[in-house]
Structures are given as structure tokens and as C-alpha cells.
Design a protein around this ligand. Structure first.
Ligand SMILES: [Zn+2]
Length: 107
């Protein structure tokens, strides 16, 4: 028999989890609270997905924006900057980075 973890919400004791036989899990809408035995309504729980996307989705936010200016940033385009201006800025940024690198190499 396989099992399914379902979450329920007791009006007094709050949320708790309970293992249900997978075959019955789809039809189970309430379960007795382990503390008081009161029938508690089933609630939907966010999946605990082991990926960056899953973690971001279950926390309902995306990653903080990158501070590193070398990381490609398309935010100005979304804010309405013209593509040609954006490309020009990228070109200037890379040229400046090259100049710095050459300076470093030459000591
Ligand atoms: Zn309870």
C-alpha cells in the first residue's frame, strides 16, 4: 500500500499532517485532530519542491536582483529603454571591462 501526506486544519490546534492510504486520499476531506479528535477540514499545502524554482514559487517571490553589473540585465528594456540604446550601454560596459582587464594585466 502506498501513502499520501495530507494536511488538515483543526479550528483549535491549527494545521497538522496525516498519512492516508493513497487510494483514499482523494476522497478524504476531513480527519480527526490528533490532539482533540475534532473533525478538521483538509487544506491545500504548498509542495516542498527541491528546486530553486520550487522554493521561489512556494515562498511567492523571486530572487533578489543581481548586484553584479556583468550579469546580463534586461530590466531597462522592460522599463521602456530602446533596444539600440540598451545594446550601446552593454557595448560600452564591455569595452570598459576590457580596458580595466588590460590595465590589470599590464600591472
Ligand atoms: Zn484539535
Amino acid at each position: 500500500m502506498s501513502w499520501f501526506m495530507a494536511e488538515f486544519d483543526c479550528p483549535t490546534h491549527g494545521r497538522f499532517e496525516s498519512l492516508l492510504p493513497r487510494a483514499e486520499a482523494a476522497y478524504t476531506s476531513s480527519h480527526g485532530c490528533p490532539s482533540c479528535g475534532v473533525a478538521s477540514a483538509r487544506v491545500l499545502s504548498a509542495p516542498k519542491v527541491g528546486t530553486v524554482w520550487g522554493a521561489a514559487a512556494s515562498h511567492a517571490k523571486s530572487n533578489a536582483p543581481h548586484e553584479n553589473p556583468a550579469v546580463l540585465n534586461t530590466q531597462p528594456l522592460a522599463d521602456g529603454m530602446r533596444y539600440s540604446d540598451w545594446k550601446k550601454k552593454r557595448r560600452e560596459f564591455r569595452a570598459e571591462e576590457r580596458r580595466k582587464e588590460i590595465k590589470r594585466e599590464l600591472g
